[in-house]
Design a protein around this ligand. Structure first.
Ligand SMILES: *Cc1c(COP(=O)(O)O)cnc(C)c1O
Length: 367
């Protein structure tokens, strides 16, 4: 029997046909029909005016910070429990990441903790909708409005999630997505910034393309980057976007089945999706509570022996030496550390069968 992976891309004939078309067209770099189509269609999917595609999700975050003029001397609030890209992007522009603890139940950044860390140097908040679970956007947008802060949504894990009927990525001054191989839709590597502001759109396009003036070749207005997506990537993205409705349905089905089969296991904790949120269930994740007979490592090992691949969740930034100088010794990121030591990502791909989910859950239940 094959290994059941944590995640695998769902590539079928449509993807192959579109990529073939792009290759055969000769437009293999960053000009071509698929790029414009992918930017327009993805922006529309998220209910935004402009889409600026990038080489990956980390480029998108860096581009967003640059476009908002954030730099040296500025502080940007980021979640302590998250993939590290948003904090790294803050470093790229020479600003200081200010970490905040997670909420115990949603695992997302705690608005009360955000409030405590706003000061005169704070310029922006990067919110991450973790595993597709939407942050408390009413609260966070209110904090931003009161303190005149930018909001950057890192929606790399949240394509198709909703907060009070509004799409993930429709809130921030800029929202950033990733299309890495394990995300809801993939372009191989790839990313996108979305905005409703024509000036920000223009600035991001300039920065993405070496700072080169649109209508005067090799005239550079500012120091920019090459953060462009290729037409080949965008071809893959166009095909994936046509299938996103099916992917979201399958992710939801996976979550419903996992919760049904595991709900009576007394040593497991789930991530809470609060009312008025629609989770895309990007990565189905459980926490191993203290009353478990086996440790997290033991459980992962048992599953591995039965050919079920799992993954530990992100580490709290507060416990990594490279980030420790950005923390006050007296700060305790209790929730974030708790989650990071106890979380396991279970297989979550759109190719999972109901039988496989049952198989995985039966192993867990037997412990
Ligand atoms: C995947 C991910 C990114 C980065 O995306 P890349 O395309 O791998 O650069 C950023 N933030 C979060 C929360 C992610 O999950």
């Amino acid at each position: 029997m094959k290994i059941i992976p944590v995640s695998e891309p769902n590539i079928e004939t449509k993807e192959i046909a579109y990529v073939n078309k792009a290759v055969k067209s000769g437009w293999v770099s960053s000009i071509g029909e698929f790029i414009e189509k992918f930017e327009a269609n993805f922006a529309k999917f998220c209910n935004r005016k402009y889409g600026v595609s990038t080489g990956n999700g980390t480029h998108a975050l860096h581009l967003a910070l640059e476009a908002l003029g954030i730099g040296k001397g500025d502080e940007v609030i980021v979640p302590d429990f998250s993939f590290i890209a948003p904090a790294n992007a803050v470093h790229y522009v020479g600003a200081k990441p200010v970490f905040v603890d997670a909420e115990k139940d949603t695992w997302n950044m705690d608005p009360k903790e955000i409030k405590k860390r706003v000061n005169l140097k704070t310029k922006a908040i990067i919110v991450v909708h973790l595993y597709g679970n939407m942050c408390d956007m009413d609260e966070i947008m209110e904090i931003a409005r009161k303190n005149k802060l930018f909001v950057i949504e890192d929606a790399a894990e949240a394509h198709g999630s909703k907060y009070k009927d509004n799409m993930a990525g429709s809130f921030g001054d800029i929202s950033c997505f990733s299309f890495y191989g394990n995300k809801i839709i993939t372009t191989g590597e790839g990313g996108m910034c979305l905005t409703n502001d024509p000036k920000i759109n223009k600035k991001m396009r300039l920065l993405r393309d070496h700072g080169m003036t649109h209508n005067n070749k090799y005239w550079h207005e500012i120091v920019g980057f090459n953060y462009r997506m290729t037409n080949l990537q965008a071809a893959l993205g166009c095909a994936q976007l046509e299938r996103i409705g099916d992917f979201l349905k399958t992710k939801k089905r996976n979550a419903v089945l996992y919760e049904k089969f595991l709900k009576d296991v007394p040593w497991i904790e789930f991530q809470t999706t609060k009312p008025w949120r629609e989770n895309n269930y990007w990565m189905f994740t459980i926490l191993i509570k203290e009353n478990s007979k086996y440790s997290r490592a033991e459980i992962m090992n048992i599953l591995k022996k039965k050919r079920v691949e799992t993954r530990n969740v992100f580490y709290s930034a507060s416990i990594m030496p490279v980030h420790s100088k950005y923390f006050n010794k007296k700060d305790k990121f209790q929730n974030s550390v708790y989650i990071s030591k106890r979380g396991i990502n279970l297989p979550s791909s759109t190719k999972l069968t109901e039988k496989e989910i049952k198989y995985i859950c039966n192993i867990i239940k037997s412990l």
